[in-house]
Design a protein around this ligand. Structure first.
Ligand code: DGL
Length: 266
């Protein structure tokens, strides 16, 4: 049991920010990362489509004998988690609950803003998770459809990024939120431009570290943590692994080895 890997998936590259955190927190664990580059973006797709893709990936990860599946995608966590937990036999963790938990413990004025894809914002998953913990919080949401392409094209430092971010962040500034959830796995890459606009008094929260800590707790409590050796990382993409590997260089702290092609059975 202890030698089983952890499965991690995202619609594409963004989940690599979660993979970074998992490698820091769980250096002895083997990880299998799946980027669904054939079906990205999930953010503008229907709940039915996102659920279908997520189930196909989770079934593939199950076939690799993973002991835990981490949904390293906010859109899939917001829309498909319930169905995944119903249909998949291994435990499944998403990014919404850890992000909400961290935001609630961070805010000082009780005003939290959520940035995410259209699908994540439409699902209201973050406000639900926040209000379940702290019913008096005031939550503002903003869909930021252009942030993902900015990251994927490595345009985070260009003037266009600042102009776009300013447009999305104006309502957030007006809301008075002191805590902003980066509710999409790509957005931590845009932290410099977002914090430049929002200023030092606003704390940016992402789920990566909190999720990695929760995964470690889960493995320890269930007696499944790996205690020896250095973990290996295997990476799969459902389309064009060469492009994936090239773009992954912008997002990953360490180099990844070969990216293998695995088409999904949808
Ligand atoms: N990784 C997705 C998320 O965290 C964003 C990219 C997409 O739209 O597929 O929501």
């Amino acid at each position: 049991m202890k030698k089983q890997p952890i499965g991690v998936f995202d619609s594409g590259l963004g989940g690599l920010t979660i993979l970074n955190a998992l490698r820091r927190e769980l250096p002895k664990e083997d990880l299998i990362y799946f980027g669904d580059t054939a079906n990205v973006p999930y953010g503008s797709k229907s709940k039915e489509a996102v659920t279908r893709f997520s189930l196909a990936i989770a079934r593939f990860l199950e076939s690799q004998h993973v002991k835990l599946i981490i949904v390293a995608c906010n859109t899939a966590s917001a829309q498909a988690l319930t169905e995944l937990r119903k249909q998949i036999s291994v435990p499944v963790m998403g990014v919404i609950e850890p992000g909400a938990e961290k935001a609630v413990s961070t805010t000082r004025n009780g005003r939290i803003a959520v940035l995410g894809t259209e699908g994540t914002i439409r699902s209201n998953a973050y406000p639900k998770a926040i209000l379940k913990r702290a019913p008096k919080m005031r939550v503002t949401q903003q869909a930021c459809a252009l942030f993902v392409p900015l990251v994927e094209e490595n345009w985070g430092k260009k003037p266009a990024a600042k102009l776009i971010a300013q447009t999305y962040l104006t309502p957030i500034q007006q809301s008075g939120a002191d805590t902003v959830i980066l509710g999409c796995t790509h957005y931590p890459i845009l932290k410099p431009v977002i914090s430049q606009i929002l200023g030092k008094r606003v704390t940016l929260v992402d789920s990566a570290d909190t999720l990695a800590e929760a995964a470690r707790r889960f493995l320890l409590q269930s007696g499944q943590a790996c205690s020896t050796g250095k973990g290996r990382v295997q990476v799969y993409a459902s389309d064009d692994p060469t492009r994936f590997k090239r773009l992954a260089g912008y997002l990953l702290a360490d180099k990844i080895g070969a990216v293998r092609l695995k088409k999904l059975d949808l």
